[in-house]
Design a protein around this ligand. Structure first.
Ligand code: ZN
Length: 853
């Protein structure tokens, strides 16, 4: 009954996300270089065959299935006699498992043109009957698929942590893309923390036609000419570029760092500035109403900022300011030379004016003592406040005026629904509707006030970040617009209380520490270019779209990600490679204009089987999640959910009718996509998209915000957490890093079946949601004990290793068998049936029924 997520029948099915072609795209989103005459077919240096790598493939690995053997045979036949000895060895190894199998002609029909596909991809194509194979998870968290490129190109390609494409083999035409029933798009994490080559050069070499930055995938026709890999224009190599600063030698343009690295950063010249680079500027806007005092966040904020004041990114020009508000707005004069900070109260919230322009945003170095005085005295100043009203909108208007001359970052702390002045809101949540199976309402904003103000901010290079710490409904759907359109971040702490909710307080403190000290870029823009023939049609994330391919990012931070949907506008038949380049131009906190450039290169394919072999199931899931969030706002939640289910049905049908002629019954998908139904089911059970269970509106909206801004790895851990058993953790297969042995326990399926009363389990839900890492323990631990036993040491080595490389440190929640928190843990067991949602097996059966219709 209600238990099936895809409750609607397919006749009234939601418009599927695919064709994915979005034929009615606004022409404004079409992108592409100006026309040119020298776009001859690629005589690309890198277009050499990929066959070479095959000779390195080891055939010692035992083939586990006959099908795979046959792929190998079919494959080897393409290589002729050179490899025939290997072929014989291969058969000898495998003969014991020979069983009836399809004829070669069936097989080659099934495989399309697989010539040149290496073994890994053949494994990716192995048909999997999901209703029969139950253990689908790899032992370790899934890695990004490696594009089928020559070793030379692989070596220099962009890291999948920065740049991932849903299809690592790009379909040659839109018709082929439509046939695959999978979306084409990019997932980008452009400003993530990393070490990268920084290049100072008078000449930044770019294509004269399409302005692409020179990169490892261009072709040098000779020493003095290079051919653009996006538009194919032939460009001259400037004199300066002939000199290689790394080797200090002349005449080696192809050895320059720009051509050796797919991620580089340039120090930009004044050509890249519209005005002198702005100083780092931070304005903190603090709710000090009675509600805020009750929640008790202010003291912890002030302590954290005091402790991190020296670590705020910036230089001697850094400016700071503070503004507090309840029913009125309070400014703080921190002018150097004053004996103590002065508070200036503005009670006319209908026409906010700035009482003084010079003394409110001050140089942090010069006014350091006054800033510290203020932070020490603020909590006590409002501890007796009885003022219950909140004039958030007017406070934001004041903040905008204060920051307009410089641009910078506004950080807002809000604890309730704004009740006064511009932007005031009313409660729209009906608790009785929360668990409705019909879906959720009020997912979009109630007013355009916050969006408009955000666009004004964006225009003045101001980003607004929101910390919402509230126990009641605060209409995050409206408030979050202030960050969405100004490229800001949203943090949410439901039921925040400094005494009653220690877990939220701890998370708030950890998040603040990271937030205050993380890298920041100001007055940024990001442009995404791609090979001629491909076009961008939708962006996802927090930004303002300034023109067809240009995103305006008033601030950019290392924890935000973006997604891009694309289509194939013109056939890519003339090229063997497709490239994507993201260029992020920003001002560093030290006032330097910089350009960070990432370039990704992928093969272009003409066969459907190749498209499937290169499918990146996690990237596809994340892109679909972004599309589903948009759909739930623009149409309805049930429509968004149906479209997700249809994405699985469509793939099953497309695979069945076009590729898999193996006459298998059941639900069959290529191995590369075997986790797709599981991930989609997990998506449907997320707070952002679930129905049935009671989900507070603000929590749902926050989960939606996270879907739109989290980097892929983080998002996948939220959707499908990693579950491990720890009490029998061993050193078998452990990593040896420096002097540390890091055990690598195997992933478990997310089902109560895998848990047992006598075990200890770790569920790694990433680091953003409130329940991060969870333990299920028989014993009465409230923390992870530090014992001198091998088991304890192994567990801690593993946990430390998991924590490394994460931006926000995780909290570990210990959940005992009898605790009420068990419910939180069990909601992540996405394979199990719950009162409101079907089990994985039921879901598969439903999909199979739809596919066989
Ligand atoms: Zn070009």
């Amino acid at each position: 009954p209600e238990s099936m997520p895809p409750s609607s029948n397919v006749t009234n099915q939601a418009q599927p996300y695919g064709s994915y072609g979005y034929p009615g795209m606004q022409s404004g989103y079409r992108q592409g270089p100006a026309s040119h005459t020298d776009a001859s077919p690629s005589d690309d240096l890198y277009g050499q065959s990929n066959y070479q790598q095959y000779s390195q493939v080891s055939l010692q690995q035992k083939c586990v299935t006959t099908q795979r053997l046959f792929y190998k045979i079919a494959h080897l036949m393409n290589f002729g006699c050179k490899l025939s000895c290997l072929f014989v060895r291969g058969v000898e190894t495998i003969r014991p498992s020979l069983q009836p199998f399809p004829s070669l002609s069936e097989l080659s029909a099934a495989l399309g043109g697989l010539s040149g596909v290496p073994e890994l991809e053949v494994e990716a194509l192995r048909p999997i009957n999901l209703l029969q194979e139950r253990n689908l998870l790899p032992p370790r968290p899934l890695e990004a698929p490696e594009p089928n490129l020559s070793p030379d190109l692989k070596k220099v390609n962009c890291s999948p942590q920065t740049f991932r494409c849903t299809l690592t083999s790009v379909p040659q035409t839109q018709a082929l893309l439509n046939k695959a029933r999978l979306p084409l798009g990019l997932l980008l994490h452009p400003f993530r923390d990393l070490q990268l080559p920084v290049i100072t050069s008078n000449t930044i070499v770019r294509c004269r036609s399409c302005r692409t930055y020179i990169n490892p995938f261009v072709t040098f026709l000779d020493q003095r000419r290079w051919k653009c890999n996006l538009c194919y224009r032939v460009n001259d190599v400037p004199d300066e570029f002939m000199y290689n600063p790394v080797t200090r030698s002349y005449g080696e343009p192809h050895k320059r760092p720009e051509v050796q690295n797919s991620t580089v950063e340039f120090i930009a010249s004044s050509d890249y500035m519209l005005r002198p680079p702005q100083p780092a500027a931070y304005l903190f806007v603090l709710d000090v109403s009675h509600n805020a005092v009750e929640a008790g966040y202010l003291k912890y904020f002030c302590e954290s900022l005091l402790g991190n004041l020296d670590k705020l990114p910036g230089d001697s020009r850094t400016r700071v300011g503070f503004l507090t508000f309840d029913s009125t707005i309070h400014f703080y004069n921190l002018q150097e030379g004053l004996s103590q900070p002065q508070m200036l109260v503005v009670s006319d919230i209908d026409d906010v004016f700035i009482p003084s322009h010079d003394s409110l945003m001050v140089n942090l170095k010069e006014s350091n003592e006054l800033v510290k005085d203020l932070l020490k005295s603020l909590p006590a100043l409002f501890s007796q406040s009885r003022e219950t009203h909140s004039a958030l909108g007017p406070a934001l208007q004041a903040a905008f005026k204060l920051m307009s001359p410089t641009g910078g970052r506004i950080t807002v702390f809000q604890t309730q629904l704004p009740t006064l002045g511009a932007g005031k809101l009313q409660s729209r949540e009906d608790p009785n509707q929360r668990s409705s199976s019909k879906g959720a309402h009020h997912l979009g904003p109630a007013t355009d006030f916050y969006k408009k103000l955000a666009l004004d901010c964006s225009g003045q290079q101001i980003g607004v970040d929101l910390f919402l710490l509230s126990s009641q409904y605060a209409d995050l759907a409206s408030l979050a617009c202030i960050s969405r359109y100004s490229a800001g971040s949203v943090f949410y702490y439901p039921s925040f209380h400094y005494i009653h909710n220690p877990a939220q307080l701890e998370k708030f403190q950890r998040d603040l520490e990271r937030y205050l000290t993380r890298k920041i870029g100001f007055e940024a823009v990001m442009r995404i270019r791609c090979t001629k023939g491909l076009s961008i049609h939708t962006f996802h994330g927090n930004f303002f779209v300034r023109s067809t391919d240009l995103l305006s990012l008033a601030n950019v931070n290392p924890d935000s990600a973006f997604a891009v949907q694309m289509s194939v506008e013109d056939s890519l038949a003339d090229s063997s490679l497709a490239c994507f380049q993201a260029a992020l131009l920003y001002t560093s906190s030290k006032g330097k204009r910089r350009i960070r450039v990432h370039t990704l290169c992928l093969p272009v394919v003409s066969q459907l089987s190749d498209v499937y072999a290169g499918a990146d199931v996690q990237a596809i899931t994340c892109l679909l999640a972004n599309m589903a969030i948009d759909r739930s706002i623009s149409s309805s939640l049930s429509d968004a959910r149906d479209a997700l289910v249809n994405a699985v049905v469509d793939l099953g049908s497309a695979y069945k009718s076009n590729v898999s002629n193996l006459q298998q019954s059941g639900l069959v998908l290529p191995a590369a996509m075997r986790l797709f139904p599981l991930y989609i089911l997990a998506l449907l059970k997320q707070k952002a998209l679930r129905t049935g269970t009671s989900t507070r509106l603000d929590e749902r909206v926050f989960a939606m915000c996270e879907f739109k801004t989290q980097p892929l790895q983080q998002l996948m851990r939220m959707v499908h957490p990693d579950l491990y058993r720890l009490d029998n953790i061993s050193d078998q297969g452990a990593l040896h890093l420096n002097d540390t042995v890091v055990p690598q326990p195997h992933l478990l399926h997310l089902s109560a079946e895998r848990l047992s009363r006598d075990g200890a389990f770790l569920m790694d839900c990433g680091n953003v949601s409130s329940e991060k890492s969870l333990f299920h323990l028989r014993c009465c631990f409230s923390h992870i004990p530090e014992l001198e036993t091998p088991l304890s040491e192994r567990v801690r080595a593993f946990l430390d290793w998991l924590h490394d490389n994460r931006a926000f440190s995780s909290t570990i929640h210990v959940v005992k068998d009898d605790a009420s928190a068990k419910a939180t843990l069990f909601q992540h067991l996405v394979e199990d049936r719950s009162e409101w949602a079907s089990s994985y097996h039921e879901f598969l059966q439903h999909i199979q029924q739809q596919v066989s219709k």
